[in-house]
Design a protein around this ligand. Structure first.
Ligand SMILES: Cc1cc2nc3c(=O)[nH]c(=O)nc-3n(C[C@H](O)[C@H](O)[C@H](O)COP(=O)(O)OP(=O)(O)OC[C@H]3O[C@@H](n4cnc5c(N)ncnc54)[C@H](O)[C@@H]3O)c2cc1C
Length: 366
């Protein structure tokens, strides 16, 4: 079978690309080296923009196996500040739940799957897989952080920062409808509610040799909450890498998701960004080529790349971080508006207008 589009990588972004491609009326085959459902260390929070796109793609997210979250809480020591999303909530869910939902939708639309097969070589008219050849008009590299296709095409960008995330799940009813991010020097922990009776906990660090429990003990409040609570998954680790590519299109091949640009896990945006890219890529293919996608990609990434730089800078500058968190605590409106920019719910112009309003309000109250 020779599809219009061969998608290499059946992670969330590859699957979403195949779904979006089918909705544009093109045929799609996904080749994934692992077997479903594909698991991966992740914080498992999908931002509101991503949830909206999943709905638009017709992906059915099971209510019982997910949890809506309404915003973000940052805390460090005695500082604690929260921001709510402007509109719709985000959604936490296990990676395997997300994977199953995407596969089900892709099957409904007639996407062809080659599970347990691997791309061996890109060819001018398709690809050589571990067990045969596939011809396609276009090939999409959705093969993740260490994309072999990106490397083959000479599109590897520099790694700006690399850390490690360690992930566990605990059987406990979420105590909050926020994703809670706790900071300490050189390390963050975040908690995402992923089901009515389950949370996902990720610890992000430069020094994973310390191990999950030792890192967790650096967040006494969280460690206390989790004491004696049953773990319901194998601990899993994954690289959290901030890295770009030298381009996202080369000839008839396009990069998408982490294969194109990966942002640090602390942004919580990886999956949502990938979904935005998947939809833009499919639209471009539906119009007959990849030029439109190449132009759209930079626009999708801009705000998150700036936010990633800021968050990583704060990770390395504790005094500045505490100053920033303290400021957000004093100005919760500012935090909500910044979150709105981060999640693309607010434009820069709307943000500035709101800042002016906040400033005026502040002056009338002093
Ligand atoms: C610790 C941690 C926490 C995170 N937390 C969040 C979060 O809370 N929210 C969020 O939105 N994002 C989060 N992210 C980021 C998110 O996990 C990624 O952005 C997302 O998985 C990218 O999806 P993808 O489909 O592009 O790549 P992947 O999920 O990596 O999928 C790539 C797929 O390609 C397959 N593949 C690779 N090479 C080949 C080949 N040659 N042939 C066939 N198949 C191949 C792989 O097996 C894999 O299944 C986190 C990341 C980490 C590390």
């Amino acid at each position: 079978m020779n599809p219009d589009v061969l998608v290499v990588g059946g992670g969330p972004v590859g699957l979403a690309t195949a779904i979006a491609v089918r909705l544009e009326g093109l045929s799609a085959t996904v080749v994934e080296r692992r077997l479903p459902p594909v698991e991966k260390a992740c914080g498992e929070g999908i931002m509101p923009g991503g949830v909206t796109l999943l709905k638009k793609l017709g992906v059915n997210l099971p209510a019982g196996g997910s949890f809506r979250f309404r915003g973000i809480l940052y805390q460090e020591g005695h500082i604690s500040t929260r921001a709510h999303f402007q509109g719709l909530p985000g959604m936490g869910m296990r990676r395997t739940t997300l994977h199953n939902a995407l596969v089900q939708r892709a099957k409904e639309l007639g996407v062809h799957f080659l599970w347990g097969r691997q791309l061996r070589e890109l060819l001018p008219t398709g690809a050589r897989l571990s067990d045969g050849m596939v011809r396609s008009r276009w090939t999409v590299a959705a093969d993740g952080l260490n994309s072999g296709i990106r490397r083959t095409l000479g599109l590897d960008g520099p790694i700006r920062r690399q850390r490690v995330g360690l992930r566990r799940h605990y059987r406990i009813a979420p105590w909050s409808d926020l994703v809670e991010v706790s900071f300490t020097d050189g390390c963050q922990a975040y908690v995402t509610p992923v089901a009515p009776d389950q949370i996902c906990v990720v610890v992000l660090t430069d020094n994973p040799r310390q191990g999950f429990d030792r890192l967790l003990s650096r967040f006494p409040l969280l460690a206390h909450r989790l004491q004696g609570i049953r773990q319901v998954s194998e601990e899993q680790g994954g690289a959290s890498v901030f890295r770009g590519a030298r381009g996202v299109v080369r000839g008839r091949v396009a990069l998408v998701g982490d294969a194109a640009v990966s942002v640090d896990a602390i942004t919580g945006e990886g999956v949502s960004l990938g979904l935005h890219q998947a939809v833009a890529l499919a639209r471009s293919l539906g119009r007959g080529g990849l030029d439109e996608y190449a132009r759209a990609h930079a626009g999708i990434m801009g705000a998150t790349i700036r936010m990633t730089r800021l968050m990583l800078a704060l990770d390395r500058r504790p005094r500045l971080r505490r100053l920033a968190l303290g400021t957000l605590q004093r100005w919760p409106g500012l935090f909500s508006n910044l979150l709105g920019i981060h999640t693309r719910e607010l434009s820069l112009a709307q943000f500035c207008a709101r800042l002016i309003r906040l400033d005026r309000l502040g002056r009338t109250h002093t």
